[in-house]
Design a protein around this ligand. Structure first.
Ligand SMILES: N[C@@H](CCC(=O)N[C@@H](CS)C(=O)NCC(=O)O)C(=O)O
Length: 363
């Protein structure tokens, strides 16, 4: 793979309103004016550096959290590991960069990180105006509203006049406004840059509702402190206010790297469909049961040739990723099932079980 150079012309300094899923205020992102960047393929950069700089959440158990032991863990974090294993053959070669919701896009655009995997929703404006490319959806989410169980709120319509806590720089802000405004409901958004002061405000009952992705609400509810009533004190209303497809993003015009990230995601999905796990991948690679499995794992079938898709990485890149973190289902079980996010019957079930988790063919 050759390095390449081109002018990376970013738009004049401008403020971009980004529809966000956690509140009613617009997020502002500054984009650097007409900088001439000598841009190298991120795939080459990662290979030369020997580490992957992955932008993650450090405060959302299940997706991305910095543990007391000082390690990053979660569903999104496992995708960082999978990409590192695919490109570098070593899942530990990740430099995690914790990012707030509002700082995440600039971190990617400026090159501070190679890859953003931070419970980030795919939207048109983010794809287009912010010079990002969404690679694939790893989790189909939707916005919810959490209230105190004793509040009497059963539906959003009951919340006329409510104050709602919401995070800045998220899709949530504008979805909230869409929902309340179109229903003719009054509300006051209380916005925060990070989660901890938001939660403090909610515990002090300075807001009547807390809105964000339903997965985020499940995570925050599960950890709600006993001193504030514990999880049982809280209810997530049944309504889903929006579509929040979450997944990894790369920069625009970085297609070699984009392709690798995208096909790692697809590879882990296909691995589940093919019954390949972290526990059996070595045995499957030694003796693949069919040509499709051999192509996925980068090994010959029945003495034939190895199918090299020319992604610029080891043909065994998917095999390496599976060995490191397991297939889609294993990652889900490890991080999201404990939050009570039941997979069966949800959009995140495999397509063969009526869900949307589907990989294009490896051929
Ligand atoms: N998916 C939405 C929301 C992302 C988001 O920031 N969610 C909240 C709650 S799910 C979060 O990550 N909070 C943790 C924090 O910022 O500390 C988006 O892309 O805008």
């Amino acid at each position: 793979m050759k390095n390449f150079k081109f002018l990376f012309l970013l738009i004049s300094i401008m403020s971009l309103a980004i529809v966000s899923a956690c509140g009613s205020e617009a997020e502002t992102v500054e984009v650097i004016k007409e900088v001439e960047v000598t841009k190298t393929s991120t795939l080459e950069t990662v290979k030369n550096r020997g580490t992957l700089k992955c932008g993650v959440n450090d405060n959302l158990t299940g997706f991305g959290v910095l543990t007391a032991a000082g390690t990053f863990e979660g569903f999104d974090v496992d995708y960082c590991k999978a990409v590192a294993a695919a490109i570098l053959g070593d899942a530990s070669k990740v430099e995690y960069v914790p990012l707030t919701a509002s700082a995440r896009f600039e971190a990617l655009g400026s090159g501070e990180i190679d890859l953003l995997i931070r419970n980030t929703t795919w939207t048109a404006s983010r794809d287009r105006d912010l010079a990002n490319d969404f690679t694939a959806t790893t989790f189909y989410d939707g916005q919810g509203m959490m209230v105190y169980a004793d509040s009497g709120y059963q539906t959003i319509e009951d919340m006329d006049g409510a104050t709602v806590c919401v995070l800045q720089g998220t899709t949530t802000e504008l979805n909230l406004d869409d929902r309340f405004t179109s229903a003719g409901l009054n509300y006051t958004p209380l916005t925060f840059e990070t989660n901890d002061p938001l939660q403090a405000a909610f515990e002090e009952k300075r807001c009547d509702g807390w809105t964000t992705d339903k997965s985020g609400l499940a995570s925050k509810r599960a950890e709600f402190p006993d001193s504030a009533g514990g999880p049982a004190a809280l209810t997530v209303l049944a309504e889903t206010l929006s579509k929040e497809p979450l997944g990894p993003l790369t920069r625009d015009n970085d297609s070699e790297f984009y392709d690798v990230v995208q096909w790692v995601v697809f590879g882990l999905i296909q691995a589940e469909e093919s019954g390949i796990t972290s526990g059996n991948v070595a045995a499957m690679a030694a003796n693949p049961s069919d040509p499709g499995m051999a192509r996925l794992l980068g090994v010959p079938f029945s003495g034939g040739e190895v199918a090299d898709f020319q992604f610029g990485v080891d043909p065994k890149f998917i095999q390496n990723a599976i060995a490191a973190v397991g297939n889609y289902g294993e990652i889900y079980e490890r991080h999201l099932t404990p939050l009570g996010l039941t997979r069966s019957g949800s959009l995140n079930a495999q397509w063969t079980d009526g869900g949307l988790i589907y990989a294009p063919p490896f051929r």
